[in-house]
Design a protein around this ligand. Structure first.
Ligand SMILES: C[S@@+](CC[C@H](N)C(=O)[O-])C[C@H]1O[C@@H](n2cnc3c(N)ncnc32)[C@H](O)[C@@H]1O
Length: 194
């Protein structure tokens, strides 16, 4: 999988199986506009850049924005827009054809919260849905007609709840792929705006 040079940083999520579950299953057509929320090292966006030239990424962790910028530069990828900020805040009035998010999906007790910015990579709150629910409530406002959402979460953070929320927001959604690890399945959920 060493297709790109991938620098890492102690404060930024290191690409793992969940990153590649998304990167290997991207539903992006040439010329489509893509938004990746929570780019981390930029790994998923780099795979997306093989499919389209119009990519914007965001992260709430400034260390991630800086690392993604370095990884894009060292891989000769020049046209990915990098925006620092919370969720859709940096792209307020903008819409995209495809929106990607490998979410922080781990159910996390108060005592497990880390003080470093790396905490943003994992912490899904007590039920694992703290960030997923905010994303699902807003994502429809940022998608073009016929747009697609691709998100990664865990069976521990409630696949059915995600499918229900998407259904109620007017999407056709499915678990498109999953991988089993110890106590959980990591799932890729694809949702089509109708
Ligand atoms: C599981 S990591 C995924 C990183 C990378 N996309 C990958 O697949 O390897 C989740 C990323 O989402 C970012 N993140 C968490 N909450 C966010 C929010 N509210 N707005 C933007 N980014 C967020 C984290 O900082 C982290 O980089």
């Amino acid at each position: 999988m060493a297709e790109f040079i991938i620098n890492t940083d102690n404060n930024v999520y290191v690409p793992a199986e969940d990153s590649y579950l998304l990167a290997d299953n991207l539903l992006i057509k040439e010329g489509q506009s893509v938004l990746e929320i929570g780019t981390g090292s930029g790994i998923v966006a780099m795979y997306a850049s093989k499919l389209t030239d119009e990519i914007t990424v965001t992260d709430i962790n400034f260390d991630a924005c800086r690392l993604a910028e370095k990884n894009f530069r060292e891989n000769g990828i020049e046209n990915i827009e990098i925006l620092f900020g919370n969720m859709f805040e940096p792209v307020k009035n903008r819409k995209f054809d495809v929106i990607l998010f490998n979410t922080p999906y781990l159910p996390t007790e108060d005592g497990e919260v880390l003080e470093d910015t790396i905490n943003y990579a994992f912490d899904g709150g007590l039920n694992g849905r703290k960030v997923i629910d905010v994303f699902l409530n807003e994502v429809g406002n940022h998608l073009n007609e016929g747009g697609i959402v691709q998100l990664i979460q865990s069976s521990l953070s409630g696949n059915e709840e995600t499918l229900d929320m998407l259904d109620k927001s007017g999407f056709i959604a499915e678990i498109a792929a999953s991988e089993h690890f110890f106590f959980e399945d990591i799932t890729l959920i694809n949702a089509y705006k109708i």
